[in-house]
Structure formats: C-alpha cells, structure tokens
Design a protein around this ligand. Structure first.
Ligand code: HEC
Length: 240
C-alpha cells in the first residue's frame, strides 16, 4: 500500500497546481494569500481524514515522528540532520529579509497628469506663434526655467539632479506633446503646490509662477517651450 503521506503530498501538490496554473486559464488569477489559505484548508482536511482511526494515525504520523526523532538509520539520518540545520536557517533568513530596513525608495505611483481645475480647461493662448513671441518666450524660459528644465528643454538643467520627481523633459513625447496649452498654463501658474490631492504624494519642486510672471509672460513662455522642444500642443479640433 502506498504511504498516506505520499498521497497527501500528491493531493496538496495537485490542488496547488490547479489553483495556480489551471484556474487562471479560465478566470482572473488568485492572489497568493488566497491560494495559501485554500491549501491550509485542504491540509487540515487531509489531517482530519488521515488521523481518524488509530491505524491511520500511525500510518500518517509515524514516519514524521520517526524522521524527527531520528529513529531511522541510513541515508534518512543525513537528510534529517540537513533538514534540522537548513530549516531554522531558512526561517532566520526569511525573518531577517522581512525586517531589515531597505535602502530602496518606497514605490510611489503618482498621477503624472491629474485633471486641471475647471477654470483652466479649454483656455486658448491669446498670443500668436511667430518669430517675436517665440524669441520672447525663449528669453523668459532661459531666465526662469532652464536651471531645472535644461537649456535644451530636456529636463537636464544644472539644478535638475536634486529633484524627485525630476523636472519634466519637454522633448519627451510623454510630457507637453500630450497636453493642451491651457494645461501648461495651469501647471506654470500654480506649480507643484497647485496639484490636486489625487496626485499625492507630490513633492514637486515646480515653482508657482503666478507672482513672478504675468499671464502674458506665461502664455509666451509656453510658445517658446513648444518651439524649443520641437513639439506642438495637443488640440482637440484636429481630432475631429
Ligand atoms: C526648481 C526647478 C524648476 C523650475 C525653475 C521650473 N520647473 Fe517646471 N517642473 C519642475 C519639476 C520638478 C516638474 C515635474 C513635477 C511636476 O509635474 O510638478 C516640473 C513640471 C513642469 C511642467 C509640467 C509638465 C508635465 O508634463 O506635466 C511644466 C509645463 C513646467 N514644469 C514648466 C515650467 C516653466 C515654463 C518654467 C519656467 C517659467 C519652469 N517649469 C520652471 C521643476 C521646475
């Protein structure tokens, strides 16, 4: 007769394989904690079934008892010593890695482009894009923005390294190319402190420019920014 221990191990392995690999083919995968909960339930069922009769108890627990107490000779004896050394080491290592402080920064998932407040939605730039507004805008940019956003509009200004999140790279298709001018107007006017609560945790160094720059200068720096970065603002009209 097969040892009940082996049948129990096969049953547990089968249930695990089913939950882990077969079930996800049909529905969403189960979280690991749930899989272990189910396995614990199956294991207690097996224990109850295996230990119901006196004979069953001996067949089930006997080998475990003899293994731990060292009543068997031969290769099993070596295995026992190995298990008794390796198991506490594993538990110790696991506890250590759980408790040891890590140097990695905590994972943050911030909303990079949260919705702007209503009063900024749909504003249009009152200034035309031409040689003079571009030059004026680039001048404002060079004086105020390039230390962080970089003289090449790529987010690599001399002060950029000190900030996390880093200053936006305007040449990257993921920043201003995706945004409307009204969105930039809001971000430049209100800065990092103007970001809504859904964008938390914000530790944005982006200054609030509303006291430094007039609305006119903000609209012009936007023109200079798009030109310098080689991008154009997103418009809804074009998508019709
Ligand atoms: C002290 C450094 C610093 C300065 C100076 C600065 N910025 Fe920023 N800026 C940042 C940082 C950091 C971010 C990224 C975090 C965020 O979005 O708030 C950012 C983000 C932005 C964004 C948002 C881009 C996006 O994809 O959402 C715009 C637009 C912007 N800055 C424009 C400007 C303009 C224009 C100026 C000059 C008038 C300026 N910044 C000056 C640090 C700075």
């Amino acid at each position: 007769m097969k040892s009940p221990l082996i049948s129990a191990a096969i049953l547990l392995g089968g249930v695990f394989a089913f939950l882990k690999f077969i079930l996800p083919l049909f529905t969403a995968p189960l979280p690991a904690s749930l899989i272990y909960l189910y396995l614990a339930i199956v294991l207690s069922g097996i224990m109850i079934f295996g230990t119901m009769s006196a004979g069953g108890l001996e067949a089930f627990m006997g080998p475990i008892y003899r293994f731990i107490s060292g009543e068997i000779d031969g290769p099993t004896k070596m295995a026992r010593i190995l298990v008794l050394i390796v198991f506490p080491l594993l538990v110790g290592w696991q506890t250590y890695t759980k408790l040891a402080p890590s140097e990695l920064p905590p994972a943050e998932n911030r909303t990079i482009h949260p919705a702007p407040p209503g009063e900024f939605v749909g504003l249009a730039n009152p200034y035309p894009t031409n040689e003079s507004t571009i030059q004026e805008g680039k001048g404002i940019y060079a004086a105020n923005c390039s230390p962080c956003h970089g003289p090449n509009f790529d987010g690599k200004g001399s002060a950029a390294l000190g900030f996390n999140p880093p200053p936006a790279n305007f040449a990257d298709p993921g920043t201003i190319a995706q945004l409307q001018e009204s969105y930039l107007f809001w971000r430049i006017k209100k800065g990092g402190v103007g970001l809504p609560i859904e964008g938390m945790p914000w530790k944005s160094a982006m200054p609030r420019w509303e006291h430094e720059l007039t609305d006119e200068k903000i609209w012009k720096v936007i023109i200079g920014e798009y030109d310098g970065a080689g991008q154009s603002p997103r418009t809804w009209e074009e998508e019709d």
